[in-house]
Every structure is written in C-alpha cells, then in structure tokens.
Ligand binder design. Structure first.
Ligand SMILES: NC(=O)c1ccc[n+]([C@@H]2O[C@H](COP(=O)([O-])OP(=O)(O)OC[C@H]3O[C@@H](n4cnc5c(N)ncnc54)[C@H](O)[C@@H]3O)[C@@H](O)[C@H]2O)c1
Length: 338
C-alpha cells in the first residue's frame, strides 16, 4: 500500500498533537513541516524525531515536495488561504476546526473542494467519544422516542492567557462548535434558526464575550438549548458538556463523564409515570477524540471514501456558530445559512 505523503502546516499545540498521533501510522508519512515561526517547526521535528524539510510558507513547501494531503493545524485566520491553495494545488486537506471564519469563506472552500474533487475534512474530535456515541445510539434506536428538546451545559473557568483573552465572540467561535456539532451528531438533525445572547459574567477576564445562551430550532421541530461560559468559576462541567435530551418516551442523560443512560416511561398510571432505566450499549470501540477523528479521516482518504466530518457536513456546525454570533449582534432570531 502506498503511504500518503503529508505536509503539516502549523506546528503549535495541535500540530504537535497531530504529529504524535499520526507518527506511528503505517499509511501516512509527514514528509514536510511548515510554520511562519521557524523555531516552532524545529521544535516539533525535535520532539517527534522527524528529519524532514521545514518551510516558512505553504507555497515554498508545495513547490519543493510532492504532497498528497495537507494537514492544516494553523490558526483560523489562515485556514481559507491554506486549505484553498492546497486543494488548488491538487492536495486533499484535513484541517483543525473551524472550517473557516465566515459564511463566505466556508462557501468558497466547499466550492473549491467540489471543483477540484479533493477531499476536505475537519477535526471534530468530540464525535469520537463513547459518551457522544452512546447518546446518538439512544436516539437512533428510538429508546426515548421523538426528540423534542436537547439541553447542553458547558461551564468552565478557563484561564488560557494569550490570544483568547482578547478575542471577540471567544466562547462561540473557539469552543461552542464542538458542543453544537455534538448536538447535530447525537440527534441526526441540523439547525434551522438560531437565537443567541452573548455576554460576560461579572469578574470575567475575557475582553470578548465568554458566556452565551443560545436556542436553535432543529430540523424536525425540536429545540436545542445551549448554556455556556468560559469564565464560570467552580463546579466545572466536563469539556464534553452535560447533556439532557427529552423525547416523547423518556429522557437521555449524559454527564459528560460516565456512560449515558435513559429513563423511559414504564407504566400508564401515576401523576408522574413510573420509569425504568436503560443503559447504553455502545457498539463503537474505536480510538477516542483526536486519534479517533484522525483515524477515520486518514482511513477514508486511503480507501477513497468521504470522511464523516467532510466539510459539506461540518459547514452545518460552523453555520450554527456564525448564526449564533449574528443573532447575538442583532438581537433577532436568524436563519442558519450554511
Ligand atoms: N479540536 C480541538 O479540540 C482543538 C483544540 C485547540 C485548538 N484547536 C484548533 O487548532 C488550531 C490551532 O490551534 P493551536 O492551539 O495549535 O494554536 P497554536 O498557536 O499553538 O499553533 C498555531 C501554529 O500555527 C502557526 N501559523 C500561523 N499562521 C501560519 C501560516 N500562515 N502558515 C503556517 N503556520 C502558521 C503559528 O506560528 C503556530 O505555531 C486552531 O484552529 C484551533 O481552533 C482545536
């Protein structure tokens, strides 16, 4: 089997994460590194024992190397150019989230992928968790009946320091896409409209808004309610969020840590009807998180399939983020446009 020749662009925290996961794989070789900061690519090469050429720009690297796939772990602001240039140059692209920073950028990248026939897929690591998969299974198996409301709570006092402290819409842009994408994945539905209020808690150390309340109307008529903050001190939820899905027959619960379960109606009498507990039986045992998503994306490339997180699907999660930001700005309920 020919090994995929990969170029890793962006040698920061996620670049190192990807390099560490992909290093041992038999089906892909990272044959070059790109970072605008040469010490970043040098440090990644050292850390991972890689003796490969290093470049300061994608263009230089693509002129020198024969590349099958560009792995874009640079920053969101450069994604449109890197992913677009890479596909135009005949490379597949696997990128970190987000797919782009605007509706226009996302549409351009979808169009380039369609025109060039190159695969373009995005990291959504929280799909590849037994808990997320378990919730999806409970819904898909009809255990809780028809879904009416999905609630996710995400509360952390996250002291990153650095660029996030100054970023506009920091929670919605940098984090909420994970939780929004999980809701789509768990329920098999997409958002149609968004209403969102974005603000800061007293004492927040973020310049931009780090708290948000959002309600989405989903296909099929259910509602998805998100409550989140990155400046909530104490009683943190997991990064995976805490979940409740209410259906016509019962409720699915995931605390983001232990196995999800459902409580479903088990009788026809009583003011509050009796219920029985249903445990999850997850038939998914793949690698978790980043390793799981990378495994699926690379395997799909090798086999010529479309990865689950291809950009056409992922745009629908980005669309939720962008619609929430638009709604927070206008105060109006808005249509999700991707
Ligand atoms: N999936 C997740 O859970 C997760 C977690 C953290 C970050 N991310 C995403 O990963 C991406 C990278 O985040 P990070 O935390 O690794 O950031 P980082 O700042 O640690 O690394 C980014 C690197 O990209 C380099 N870079 C910037 N512009 C470049 C360009 N034009 N060409 C080449 N290199 C360039 C920077 O010099 C830096 O070394 C972001 O899109 C972020 O949203 C995802």
């Amino acid at each position: 089997m020919a090994r995929l020749r990969a170029l890793l662009v962006g040698c920061g925290s996620m670049g190192n994460n990807w390099a560490g996961i992909l290093g041992p794989r038999p089906d892909i070789d990272i044959v070059g590194l790109v970072d605008v900061i040469p010490t970043a690519s040098a440090a990644l090469a050292d850390r991972n024992g890689m003796d490969v050429p290093r470049f300061r720009s994608l263009d230089d690297a693509l002129r020198s190397l024969d590349i099958d796939v560009v792995l874009d772990t640079s920053i969101p602001e450069t994604r449109r150019r890197i992913a677009g240039d890479a596909m135009e140059a005949g490379c597949h692209v696997l990128s970190e989230k987000p797919l782009g920073t605007s509706v226009g950028e996302a549409r351009e990248l979808l169009a380039i992928s369609a025109r060039t026939g190159k695969t373009h897929a995005v990291m959504q690591n929280r799909r590849y968790l037994a808990g997320t998969q378990g919730m999806r299974q409970l819904v898909a198996d009809g255990v809780i009946g028809e879904v009416g409301m999905v609630c996710a709570d995400f509360f952390l006092g996250a002291h990153f320091g650095g660029f996030r402290d100054k970023m506009a819409n920091v929670l919605l842009l940098d984090m909420a896409i994970h939780t929004f994408d999980q809701a789509r994945f768990m329920t098999g539905s997409d958002a149609v409209t968004a209403w969102c209020d974005e603000f800061n808690l007293p004492g927040s150390w973020y310049q931009g808004n780090a708290s948000a309340l959002a309600v989405f109307e989903m296909t099929g008529g259910s509602r998805y309610c998100y409550r989140g903050s990155w400046s909530a001190e104490g009683a943190a939820t997991p990064w995976e969020a805490e979940w409740r899905i209410s259906g016509s027959l019962g409720t699915a619960i995931w605390d983001g840590r232990s196995a999800p379960y459902a409580e479903v109606v088990a009788g026809t009498d009583g003011f509050v009807r009796p219920t029985k507990r249903v445990e999850t039986t997850v038939d998914w045992e793949g690698p978790s998180g980043h390793a799981g998503c990378l495994d699926e994306m690379v395997t799909a490339l090798v086999n010529g399939h479309r990865p689950m997180t291809h950009s056409g699907d992922n745009a629908k999660s980005l669309g939720m983020v962008l619609a929430a930001i638009e709604s927070a700005g206008t105060g109006e309920r808005v249509a999700v446009r991707l």
